[in-house]
Design a protein. Structure first.
Length: 255
């Protein structure tokens, strides 16, 4: 079987380029993606963007360090995941799965607006996210993801629908349990890299963000993504603003 894939831009944040790629200069506008996957057996979201409260009360949700680092002025009132889904005539209450690449605020912040989904997350990511030191050590905020969803913790690769068309791929390093997503469409195999690979240049030049959980694991994950690309898969990079300009937006299928 194949799946349909739709891209949604859940606003932008502006941040320091050197924090996101070694040697980066100045500041950069980062698209915040979410992806809808439609399969004969159900609907899934790969990430849910940011919580709308960041527009009005970022201090109530994030650390001072992140508030100083990022500007949320391009996160508009219709950029939350609920609004994005409704804009393409999809009911947030009828999403079956949230596939979390990882638990950072710009990827899991909209989970509460998809109330009936089962969250699929790597076990090591969830265990760290639920630990008392998760905020101080890893920049995770339970207000984003500890919302009472059913949680399916997985270890390594996970076949979401059981037919090989939507497969979670462990790409550890950015966080303890980061996962990318491989989607088989009628146009070929697509890999959503998440934050395992922010930019095209991250893959080409191996210039990592300034803060990562495990540098060697992240480099190994980039090797894996590169191998998938050489095998014919098309990579969709995590936050690359130039690349994102060419990505079709829902309701037009990505592929």
């Amino acid at each position: 079987m194949t799946a349909k894939l739709f891209a949604m831009t859940c606003g932008y944040v502006n941040g320091p380029f050197d924090a996101l790629m070694e040697g980066g200069e100045g500041r950069i506008d980062l698209p915040i993606p979410s992806f809808l996957i439609e399969h004969p057996k159900g609907r899934a979201l790969y990430d849910t963007g940011m919580h709308p409260e960041l527009r009005t009360n970022a201090k109530g949700r994030l650390s001072e360090r992140l508030i100083r680092m990022f500007d949320f002025s391009r996160f508009g009132p219709k950029d939350d995941i609920k609004s994005k889904l409704e804009s393409i005539d999809r009911d947030p209450g009828k999403i079956d799965f949230i596939i979390s690449s990882h638990l950072h605020f710009d990827h899991a912040g909209g989970n509460e607006f998809v109330p009936n989904a089962t969250v699929i997350v790597q076990r090591r990511e969830w265990e760290v996210g639920m630990a008392p030191e998760s905020e101080a050590k890893f920049g995770f905020y339970k207000a984003d993801y500890d919302k009472g969803h059913k949680v399916k913790q997985v270890d390594g690769e996970h076949d979401v629908f059981g037919d090989g068309s939507v497969v979670c791929i462990p790409t550890y390093g950015h966080t303890p349990g980061h996962q990318s997503l491989k989607v088989r469409t009628e146009q070929g195999e697509i890999v959503l890299t998440g934050d395992a690979c922010y930019f095209c240049r991250t893959l080409k030049e191996r210039r990592l963000p300034s803060r990562v959980f495990d540098r060697e694991q992240m480099l190994a994950s980039l090797d894996r993504l590169e191998a998938l690309e050489k095998g014919g898969a098309k990579l969709i990079f995590g936050h690359d603003p130039e690349f994102w300009k060419s990505v079709p937006q829902g309701p037009q299928p990505l592929f």
